[in-house]
Ligand binder design. Structure first.
Ligand code: PLP
Length: 281
């Protein structure tokens, strides 16, 4: 697996990050996960744009232009020789003796390129289980920051309960998953949490909104409660790595009859069509 750190491409096994790297000591940085399907990037520009937005939100100003970052990502994937992979890219406030205040040093850019296998149809058609979990994160979840401790704890709690994802809940309303956006389908209408500082504006969410519009399915951005979710016809999550994934059971209770929703699977099929049709370069 190929890795990159501040100008050097090197195998991930050999890649060493300096002890005083701010990502390491403070989680003082932002990141993106970008999917490559069959040698083609999916929504690369949107991911790069969000990366720069996140960086700006934490007052992280690198010397690299969007153009240079795009070039770097392309170079990394080319070097990896992988046609189906995930690009993980992070930008941090650089390497400097540990002090809280912003150091006057160049930002660090690092990447890993790892092979990705498509999720099997069997797994998707079976769907995943989830739990509800208190959203214990901070007030700026629209920033894709490296600080994922609440997400990690909630996801592990889900795993310990035999589930895949934790659906985060704030004041009785669903915000999002630990690494996904959450949707319900009721009366042939898709509902998802409106964009705000409390959730990440998912790139897959953006794609699914367009696909729903294309299908003539109402896409309503409105908060919903845990009860509304339990009563829904279908529940699903979206993310770059999971695409459109059915959630069939939450806290041990089935959603309807506990099978993957029809609309959910249709949206995923449409997403896969989109993946095949677009050729971002
Ligand atoms: N919400 C959170 C908290 C995430 O970490 C992620 C992705 O990892 C998402 C939503 C989905 O975003 P995207 O579709 O851009 O992968």
């Amino acid at each position: 697996t190929i890795g990159y750190f501040n100008g050097e491409f090197i195998s991930v096994e050999q890649l060493v990050i300096p002890i005083d790297e701010r990502g390491h000591q403070f989680g003082d940085g932002v990141y993106e996960v970008i999917r490559v399907y069959d040698g083609k990037f999916f929504m690369l520009e949107e991911h790069i744009e969000r990366l720069f937005k996140s960086a700006q939100a934490i007052r992280l100003q690198g010397d690299q232009s969007i153009e240079e970052i795009r070039q770097l990502i392309h170079e990394a994937v080319e070097k990896s020789g992988l046609a189906d992979c995930d690009v993980y890219i992070q930008i941090t406030r650089g390497v400097a003796t540990r002090k809280h205040l912003f150091p006057d040093v160049p930002v660090s850019v690092s990447m890993t390129i790892r092979p990705m296998k498509p999720t099997s149809d069997t797994v998707r058609e079976k769907g995943m289980k989830a739990i509800f979990h208190e959203d214990e994160r901070w007030a700026n979840c629209y920033i894709k920051s490296l600080n994922l401790l609440p997400n990690i704890l909630a996801k592990q709690t889900a795993q310990d309960a035999g589930c895949y994802e934790a659906i985060l809940v704030k004041d009785g309303f669903v915000t999002e998953g630990t690494s996904s956006n959450v949707y319900i389908v009721s009366d042939k209408t898709i509902y998802t949490t409106p964009l705000s500082k409390h959730i990440l504006a998912g790139i897959t969410r953006m794609a699914v909104k367009e696909l729903a519009n294309g299908l003539g399915v109402p896409f309503v951005e409105k908060q919903f409660t845990t009860e509304e979710l339990m009563q829904a016809d279908e529940v699903f999550i979206t993310s770059t790595t999971n695409e459109v994934m059915p959630i069939v059971n939450v806290d041990g209770k089935n959603i309807k009859d506990g099978s993957a929703g029809e609309m959910t699977l249709k949206l995923n099929a449409k997403l896969m069509e989109l993946v095949k049709s677009v050729q971002h370069t």
